[in-house]
Design a protein around this ligand. Structure first.
Ligand code: ASP
Length: 354
C-alpha cells in the first residue's frame, strides 16, 4: 500500500515536471532591452505633470505588469536609462549590435525595446535599416510616467511583448506598439505632444492592432527593411554628422553656411510645403552640394511626399529629395547612406527604396 502511494506521488511529480517543461519550452523567448523614457519615469504626484524620465529599472517594470510572464519567457537588459531627447548615435549602435547578436541565436524569438516617445520613431527607423533578422523587434513607451494616475506603460509593455512573441509578427520589420496599435518604423510619427494616442501613421495607416495581447495585422509594410536592407553597421563606431534646419518665411540663408562651418557633412532642410525654401537658401544649398555636402529637401508639413521634380529640380541643384521620409528619418537614412561613397543617382534611389 505504502509503495503504491509512493509510486503515485512519483508519477504525479514526473507529470507535473514534464508538463512544466513542455509548457516552458512552448513559450517564446523574448528579451526586453530598456533604454529609459517616460515609461520608466517617475514623479512625486499621481496627478501632476512634472516627472523625470528614466528612473525605474527594467526588472521593476516587468514585475509591475500582471500576467506578462504568461506570454513569453522574459529576460530584461538595461541598455541605458535616458529620456529619449538624450538618445544618441552611440546608443543606437549599441542597440543594433546587441539585437543582431541576440537574434542570431536560436534561443531568442523576439525583442522589445522600452524607449522614450520623443525620438522613438528615429530609433525604430534606424533599427529597421540595420537589424539583420526577420524576427520581431518592437518598440514601446508611454506618455504618462509610471507614477501617474492611469499610467499606460504596463499595458503597452504587455502588448509589445505579445507582438514580439506572436508568430504572426515575423517579417514585418521593426515596429512600434503603443495605445493598442501596431505601426511600422517607416510610417510612424509622433503626432501630438502629450496625449496617449501620440503615435500615428497618418499617410499609410497602422499595420494592425494589439488588444490585451491579441495581435491582428491588416497589411504588411512597404519599403525595404531588415533582412532586405543593404546597410550594415558592422565595425562602425560613429556616423557622419548630419544636421537639420527648419525653413520658414524669410529664412536666413547663412544658416546653411554656419552648419557646414560647424562640421556638418550632410544637411536636411525641413522645407516649407513640398520641400521648398527661399531663393537665397536654395543657392546656399547648391553651393554646399557643389562642395561635397549632401543636402536633402524634406518638409516641415507632417504628411505627404516631397517630389523630385516639383518647384525644385534636385538633379540640377545637386540636392536630394526625401520622398516619404520626414526630416528626422531622412537624417537617419542620410547618415547611414554616407558610410559608403555613392553618386547622386545612387543616393536618390535610397530615399525612394527605404
Ligand atoms: N521626454 C520623454 C522621452 O522621450 C517623453 C516620453 O517618453 O514620452 O523620453
Amino acid at each position: 500500500m505504502k509503495n503504491k502511494v509512493f509510486l503515485k506521488n512519483v508519477l504525479t511529480l514526473v507529470l507535473v515536471f514534464s508538463s512544466l517543461l513542455v509548457f516552458g519550452q512552448a513559450k517564446p523567448n523574448v528579451v526586453i532591452l530598456a533604454t529609459g523614457g517616460t515609461i520608466a519615469g517617475a514623479g512625486t504626484s499621481a496627478t501632476g505633470s512634472e516627472y523625470v524620465s528614466g528612473q525605474v529599472k527594467i526588472e521593476a517594470m516587468i514585475d509591475a505588469v500582471p500576467n506578462i510572464r504568461d506570454l513569453a519567457n522574459l529576460k530584461g537588459e538595461q541598455l541605458s536609462n535616458v529620456g529619449s531627447q538624450d538618445m544618441s548615435v552611440a546608443i543606437w549602435l549599441d542597440l543594433a549590435n546587441r539585437i543582431n547578436t541576440l537574434l542570431a541565436g536560436d534561443d531568442v524569438d523576439g525583442i522589445v525595446i522600452t524607449h522614450g516617445t520623443d525620438t522613438q520613431e528615429e530609433t525604430a527607423y534606424f533599427l529597421n535599416l540595420t537589424v539583420k533578422s526577420d524576427k520581431p523587434v518592437v518598440l514601446t513607451g508611454s506618455m504618462r510616467p509610471s507614477t501617474a494616475l492611469s499610467a499606460e506603460g504596463p499595458l503597452n509593455l504587455y502588448n509589445a511583448v505579445a507582438v514580439a512573441a506572436s508568430p504572426l509578427s515575423k517579417g514585418y520589420g521593426v515596429m512600434v506598439a503603443m495605445n493598442d496599435e501596431i505601426h511600422s518604423a517607416k510610417d510612424v510619427r509622433k503626432m501630438i505632444t502629450t496625449p496617449v494616442q501620440t503615435f500615428q501613421s497618418p499617410q499609410e495607416g497602422m499595420l494592425g492592432t494589439v488588444i490585451f495581447g491579441q495581435v491582428e495585422y491588416f497589411h504588411k509594410p512597404l519599403g525595404r527593411h531588415t533582412t532586405n536592407s543593404e546597410f550594415s553597421i558592422e565595425g562602425i563606431t560613429e556616423l557622419p554628422r548630419v544636421d537639420i534646419v527648419y525653413a520658414c518665411a524669410d529664412m536666413s540663408p547663412d544658416l546653411i553656411d554656419m552648419m557646414v562651418k560647424a562640421g556638418a557633412k550632410g544637411i536636411v532642410i525641413a522645407g516649407v510645403g513640398d520641400g521648398n525654401m527661399n531663393a537665397g537658401t536654395l543657392e546656399a544649398a547648391k553651393k554646399a552640394a557643389d562642395n561635397g555636402i549632401w543636402v536633402v529637401r524634406a518638409s516641415r508639413v507632417p504628411i505627404g511626399k516631397v517630389l523630385i521634380k516639383g518647384e525644385v529640380n534636385d538633379k540640377e541643384y545637386g540636392t536630394l529629395c526625401s520622398d516619404e521620409l520626414n526630416p528626422q528619418k531622412a537624417r537617419v537614412l542620410l547618415m547611414l547612406a554616407m558610410l559608403k561613397k555613392r553618386n547622386w543617382d545612387e543616393m536618390q534611389r535610397l530615399f525612394i527604396d527605404y
